[in-house]
Each structure stands twice: as C-alpha cells, then as structure tokens.
Design a protein around this ligand. Sequence first.
Ligand code: SF4
Length: 327
Amino acid sequence: MDFVKLEKKLLEDGQGITFDEALELTEIPKEKLLELTSLARKVTVKYKGDGVFLRSIISAKTGDCSEDCSFCSQSVHFSSPISKHSLLDPEEVLQAAIQSEKLGAFDFCIVIAVKGPNKSQFKKVIESIDLIKENTKLEIGCSLGSLTRDQAFALAEAGVWRYNHNLEACREYFHKVCTTHTYDDRLETAKLVKESGMELCCGGIMGLGESPVQRLQLAYEIKELDPHTVPMNFLNPRPGTPLGHLKPLPSLEAIKTIAIFRLIMPDKVLMSGGGREVTLRDLQSMGIMAGSNGMIIGNYLTTVGRPPEDDIKMIEDLQMPIRDRYK
Ligand code: SF4
C-alpha cells in the first residue's frame, strides 16, 4: 500500500477510499499499523477537526425484548443474567439526563429494548423528551427500535435531533445475527429517520463472527445511508447468548478497523460504543488516534463502562478538546 499516494488523494478529496483499497488495508502487517493510524488521524482532523464528542445513554427499558439478536442479552429468547426493568418514568429519565450533563455529555440518548415502541411506551418517551428539553441543554437522541412513519415525524416534531438505528451487520451476514426481523426492516427505519428530518446515527457491531470482507461491506452499506454518526460497537460476548462463546476482536484488529472506517467515511462522527473496554483495553487512546472521534461515556445498555472521569482524563492526556456541539 502506497500511503503517500493515499494521503494525497484523501486530503484532496473527501470521498474516502475504494472497497479495493480498504481490502488491501485489512491485510497490512502490524508494522504498518502506525502509518495507517497516522493517516486516519490526519483525515479526522481535516474533515472533522480535533477533539472528541461525548454521548451518554440511558437504558430506559431493559430486557424482555421480543427479538432474537444473537449478541444481545436483552432478548427474551436467551437466558442471560441481566437486571431487567420496565420503562422508566419520565422523572427518572430526567434525573439520569441531569447527571450526564454534569459529567460533560451534551448528547443524551434514550434507549428502549423493543422491536418498536407501542402507543403507551411512545407516549412516555415523548413526555421524557419534553422534560429533558425543559430542564437541560442536552441534545436528545432516541433509539426505540423500528418506527412507523407517524412516530418518526412525531419524534422530529418533539425536538429529537438524532435517532439511532444500527444496521448491526452487513446485508450478507445479517440473517446469522437475527431472524425475527430483517435487514430490510432496519433499512426502512433508517431511511424514515432521514425523511423525517432527524439526523441518522447508524453503525454496527464488530466481531459477530463476520469476515473482514463482510465488515467492509457493512462500512460501505452504512456510508450509502449517509448518517451523521456511526457507532462502532465491539462484541462483548454475553453469557447465555448464542455468541457468548466468541472472543472479543483482538485489540489491534479493532484499531485497524477503526482506522479503515475513518478512511472510508472521512466526514462522519465515528463513535466508539459498547465493548470498547473489553476489546481495546489499554489501547483505548489509540482508538481515538486511529480516527474515532466520539465516545459513549458511562454505562452501556446492560454492561458497565469504565468511570467517565477516566475517559475525560484520557482525552485531556491526548491534549484534545471535548467538543460541545456537532459541527
Ligand atoms: S438488539 Fe435491540 S432489538 Fe435486538 S434483542 Fe437486543 S434490544 Fe431487542
């Protein structure tokens, strides 16, 4: 791989690398990894500026989900040991939002474990959104599963600026990950989100047993949707799930994947999400240098993240600003 040529092309033209170039990069030896991450860092700074965006999420309803996503401990189909709870009251969601704002997040995402929200769940979420808007300056995101057209437009109307709906895996591999809904179901909601005027947050999970080529396919399928933010989650194998026996992706492979995703999508916010602690371990700061410019801080949906103070210290040590508004 000729990195000088690639750098010239990428810094002159924000279109990103081709599939063949990305494929070649998946095969570079580890001795070349620093060249790749250095290029990814230059591309990040050129197209997204310096610094890291912080987001926090709340699992406003945990467990008992009707779907059978094979990585997920919240599915009713598996016997994973998690602490379930029904949909939180708006006041409880507000308290979590206030706490997140104090920790430095400017973006708060309400997540519920459902195929799609029913009428009463949707009403409660809208009440939570209204309360958060009245009492904080947080940007509000939601991740409520599949939406109807009316629900998508109602969320946009309520002031939700970003909706998360991940593809999870590429089209070719999706049927191995979930059988209770289809890849096309996911695409439909992702497209509705854009139509409604909300920003789309759409990414996937690395390490579900997919091949490196399928991981690239996922990146290009996400790119095609032109999302604002791309969560890069890493499988944290949960006991009791069909993927509980897998090992997390090796750290260096995860770093390489982040850098390649950055070169494929120069102008997106790449958000490191669930599983980053168990996958990147001591290399978390390298993930940021490799092109990840967003982080979920605090706890994830069913697993505990490291203390937010540690993430903030890491960003300070990297001498990067914490970004307070998406630009
Ligand atoms: S990933 Fe979402 S839709 Fe799938 S089982 Fe888990 S909570 Fe349900």
